[in-house]
Design a binder for this molecule. Sequence first.
Ligand code: SIN
Length: 481
Amino acid sequence: MLQLQDPSLLETRAFIGGAWIARDTQIDVRNPVSGRVIAQVSDCAAADATLAIDLAYAAQPVWAALTAGERADFLRRWHDLVVQNADDLALILTAEMGKPLAEARSEILYGAGYIAWYAEEARRIYGEILPPHRSDMRLLVLRQPVGVVGAITPWNFPNAMIARKLAPALAAGCAVVAKPAAETPLSSLALGMLAMRAGLPAGVLSILPSTDAQGIGQEFCQNPKLRKISFTGSTNVGRILMAQAAGQIKKLSLELGGNAPFIVFDDADLDAAVQGCIQSKFRNAGQTCVCTNRIYVQDSIHDAFVNKLVTAVKKLRTGDVPDYEIGPLISEAAIAKVQAHVADACAKGAQLRCGGTRLEGQFFAPTVLTEMTGLMDMSSQESFGPLAAVFRFSTEKEVVAASNDTEFGLASYVYTKDMNRIWRMMEALEHGMVGVNTGLISTEVAPFGGIKQSGLGREGSRHGIEDYVDLKYACMRIDPQ
Ligand code: SIN
């Protein structure tokens, strides 16, 4: 059993319209290290989504009618409770998802950062007065909440991904019905508990753990009271939601898959590049949409970079030890995908430089592969695991073409000291985010999101609020005298 300072944060009932409701059917939540069931959580049906949407629909206008300052005050109180309970929230997160405790704690603070940011941003949802096209007209633009939002969040960041949807939505005056991943519902329920303690009015937020992702997703798409869907997950599911939401032309935010290139030019600081590569590749055991997927290293420094990378990767602590740095993968399916990628690459001529094997439980040894080519599955598919795949390149033109040769466009990384090249690369890379001489780019301060088939909309920064407001233009005729 988890040793929490506040055991009531381990909530297993669904949060529907301000009440904690138990359902007969239960989801077994397993710890990915031991495989043991750590909690049984109410498994909601599509009918629960209908109920939650009805309650949200009734509560939303009241929430939107509060002053921005009142909504900001709630968000600030919620943020403070999250920070005060960060140790418990991190324990819950690690227990259900497996990431190392230190990483879980930094995720809690990362998620709290979005809540604090949108507490501030709530007060700045300004309208506009436009210079009119006629002297007897006055033109205004109002920014109003979109209404009820359906949020669907993944297992890889069980706290931060829901926080970064709820915070801007609530700041804008929307009500939210959220469905966390069935693997990791406990972190979001704990956040719901803290939101309730911070004084969120009943109905404004519901959190529905469920194994019926399809049923809840369909209800979100088909219920006319719900006006917007915000989804983080795979591109395939994003496509399905987009097609289903087309029936009612719902507003969509989609944060989908990536295939991030990590480019190291021959003038780069090699030690810094290796460190950035480890951070970007092995964060969350490689189970992150912005994780490096293809490492491109220029010819003349290729061998030196690979030697340093292999040395660093071999030092990463993993396996079922108390202070592991690289956590387990989320499921057997995730392990099978990583194994298939290694086998495919090796069969097509890649060199296995370290790792490549499954360890005890759901751990997979951090792996480095070299001599990668564009024919291997890893060049076009996200591995979502601890596989560092190194490709060689000669020229800037060649590496830009290879980096952009993907339907995805989420994150990319470049290491070079040449200022001119930095500008050229920032402009040429067809990815929504570019890390320059850094492997860590995620922050609530900046607009997180992709282009191409990596998604629509942005989360974080002042831009993130736009996904939750509609523009209304008012044209007013006056008597100019
Ligand atoms: C994700 O994997 O979807 C989010 C990662 C991040 O926020 O850095």
